[in-house]
Design a binder for this molecule. Structure first.
Ligand SMILES: *[C@@H]1O[C@H](CO)[C@@H](O)[C@H](O)[C@H]1NC(C)=O
Ligand SMILES: *[C@@H]1O[C@H](CO)[C@@H](O)[C@H](O)[C@H]1NC(C)=O
Ligand SMILES: *[C@@H]1O[C@H](CO)[C@@H](O)[C@H](O)[C@H]1NC(C)=O
Ligand SMILES: *[C@@H]1O[C@H](CO)[C@@H](O)[C@H](O)[C@H]1NC(C)=O
Ligand SMILES: *[C@@H]1O[C@H](CO)[C@@H](O)[C@H](O)[C@H]1NC(C)=O
Ligand SMILES: *[C@@H]1O[C@H](CO)[C@@H](O)[C@H](O)[C@H]1NC(C)=O
Ligand SMILES: *[C@@H]1O[C@H](CO)[C@@H](O)[C@H](O)[C@H]1NC(C)=O
Ligand SMILES: *[C@@H]1O[C@H](CO)[C@@H](O)[C@H](O)[C@H]1NC(C)=O
Length: 511
């Protein structure tokens, strides 16, 4: 009895002091999700070294991995830890269980490991609807446990949703939460409002684009600059949307507004783009992935806000840091990472003017290859290749028969290798990548299979210096606790299709 009053008092105090809670509303940040279905995952201390070297300040873990949490001690990296779905029931039904979960996974490390948030479950409302009634009790138990440990000023708790809980998202002003789920969502929003915690959403413009390819321009999805006339116009608000992610975030704000909730901000717990896919996913390419993620980072760090809330920029966690090679098909599932499990880049982000975040060593790494976009005349190409390997003194040994870059055996492939060799040997001076206009500079590593391009050799060595590759071969075994993450593609609602069609028709009508 006394204890319960004490808890209520603390709860009350925590509500009065809610504005002190460390939220994500101040400086928008870009964090990364770290999934660990990786066969050669770095040992925890090396992983943490790597994070610091890449200037990563916020991470989200899919389980409270003790090795990683311990290794993060003293680093100031903000950590969001997740409660797996299979622990929902236990935590929702017992404050004691919640208290011991918080003691074991938060209090045991915090503050030397800076735990900033607990994310409860994985898209429960859409992927495990039968557990929906457990969400709020579990959130309350966890919050009460944080209050009990006096950690509620440092750590908040929320639960990530799939975009599919929001219906009719385009145009954003017509969006609303699925009414069937409203009985769960409304009290949940009140809880978030009272505890000054954000609404966590996993937003994948990639899947929206994939399922509406004839309606949504790729440029819009990749944050590419668009002429005014190609921007999406919301006919009700006359707001112009230059990118799909902002439209999805504003759809969430409009949905909350429909329920009279206006003081909860959106935190994007997952977003990203796969760099490889099977024949059904032709847009899963390194080039699109690097464009999406580079532009996303710039958009957030520039504090661009959204058309509806220019003053509020949602922080985002990129999905994800590593390619998780152990995840089951489709191919794209194993290729959402910025890096391979051994910390070599899957592709290189194109970043400028945003400091050294995710950019150290990589930002200036460029390659010289044959121009992609224009039909290149073979004769000119052959002449350029001959020049590079002759007077230009490019190292062309790897493109000789039997060597690692001989295949595919064609002029274009051989010329790219020779161009890059010449370009690297000239210290990457821009003038050294022209070859009468048939060459271009790229940030995407053109290496393939055993063929490592000259520009990539330097990089690989540099990255290797940073991380400790000792004993990294089977560390993944210890870390593979997670089983609950659903396949991303299943999370997207086909219903978008109809609304997009309506949106486009409106758009045509208005223009
Ligand atoms: C847990 O604690 C909260 C706050 O004191 C209380 O409202 C709730 O009923 C408790 N839950 C259980 C299952 O005991
Ligand atoms: C709304 O949610 C319910 C419960 O999960 C689900 O059965 C239904 O299909 C959803 N409605 C739409 C239009 O997605
Ligand atoms: C929101 O406010 C309006 C106007 O005050 C009211 O009619 C409506 O019932 C409210 N909706 C909810 C979900 O509270
Ligand atoms: C990239 O190059 C520019 C100029 O050459 C330099 O000022 C900048 O510090 C470099 N960035 C990194 C991350 O090395
Ligand atoms: C040319 O490259 C090959 C393989 O990458 C290397 O073994 C050789 O030493 C290089 N030659 C020169 C002259 O740098
Ligand atoms: C990269 O390697 C080339 C030789 O392949 C060398 O000339 C160049 O200086 C190196 N660049 C860096 C940044 O290490
Ligand atoms: C990178 O490392 C490889 C193998 O360790 C070595 O052959 C190569 O010369 C190194 N490249 C540079 C630029 O240091
Ligand atoms: C790398 O690993 C070795 C052996 O396990 C260890 O002694 C060393 O401290 C590690 N280096 C770093 C930078 O973590």
């Amino acid at each position: 009895m006394i204890k319960s009053n004490y808890l209520s008092l603390l709860l009350l105090l925590s509500l009065i002091h809610y504005h002190h809670v460390a939220t994500f509303s101040d400086d928008p940040f870009v964090g990364v999700n770290i999934g660990t279905d990786v066969s050669n995952l770095l040992p925890a201390p090396d992983l943490v070294n790597f994070l610091m070297h890449q200037k990563i300040t916020h991470i989200r873990l899919y389980d409270p991995n003790p090795d990683i949490l311990r290794a993060l001690s003293g680093t100031h990296i903000h950590v969001t830890i997740s409660v797996p779905n299979n622990q929902l029931l236990a935590i929702a039904s017992s404050n004691t269980t919640a208290t011991s979960w918080i003691r074991r996974n938060v209090a045991a490390y915090h503050p030397s490991t800076r735990i900033a948030a607990v994310s409860l479950g994985d898209e429960v409302l859409s992927s495990l609807p039968s557990a929906a009634p457990l969400l709020l009790p579990a959130l309350r138990s966890l919050h009460a446990a944080l209050v009990y440990s006096n950690l509620h000023n440092d750590v908040f708790v929320s639960t990530p949703h799939s975009a599919s809980v929001i219906l009719n998202p385009f145009p954003p002003s017509q969006a609303f939460f699925n009414q069937t789920l409203e009985t769960f969502i409304l009290p949940l929003l009140h809880f978030l409002s009272q505890t000054n915690s954000p609404l966590m959403l996993n937003l994948y413009p990639y899947y929206v684009f994939m399922q509406n390819r004839n309606l949504v321009p790729l440029e819009n999805t990749l944050f590419k600059p668009l002429p005014f006339s190609k921007q999406m116009l919301d006919p009700n608000t006359l707001l112009h949307y230059t990118n799909l992610l902002d439209a999805m975030i504003d759809a969430a704000y409009f949905s909350m507004k429909n329920l009279n909730v206006t003081d909860v901000t959106v935190l994007v717990t997952e977003t990203g783009w796969p760099s490889r896919g099977d024949s059904k996913e032709p847009y899963a390419t390194p080039s699109n992935a690097l464009t999406y993620n580079s532009n996303l980072i710039k958009h957030v760090l520039d504090r661009s806000g959204t058309p509806l809330h220019p003053e509020t920029t949602s922080s985002v966690y990129i999905y994800e840091l590593f390619n998780e090679d152990l995840r089951s098909p489709p191919v794209s599932e194993a290729n959402w990472g910025l890096f391979y499990g051994n910390a070599t880049p899957a592709y290189l982000l194109r970043m400028s003017g945003i400091g050294s975040f995710l950019a150290s060593d990589n930002a200036n790494q460029t390659y010289c290859v044959v121009e992609e976009d224009h039909g290149v005349d073979l004769k000119t190409l052959q002449a350029a290749l001959d020049w590079a390997c002759g007077p230009g003194r490019a190292n062309c040994s790897e493109i000789q028969p039997g060597e690692s870059c001989f295949q595919p055996n064609n002029v274009k492939n051989h010329a790219s290798y020779a161009f890059d060799s010449y370009y690297q040997s000239q210290g990457k001076s821009p003038g050294s990548c022209d070859f009468k206009g048939v060459a271009m500079i790229t940030t995407s590593d053109p290496s393939h299979g055993k063929c490592i391009f000259p520009g990539s050799k330097n990089l690989t060595n540099k990255t290797k210096e940073v991380v400790n590759t000792t004993q990294s071969s089977n560390a993944g075994d210890n870390l593979r606790f997670r089983t609950f993450r659903s396949m991303k593609i299943s999370a997207i609602n086909n219903i978008l299709h109809n609304y997009f069609a309506a949106f486009t028709i409106l758009l045509l009508f208005l223009l």
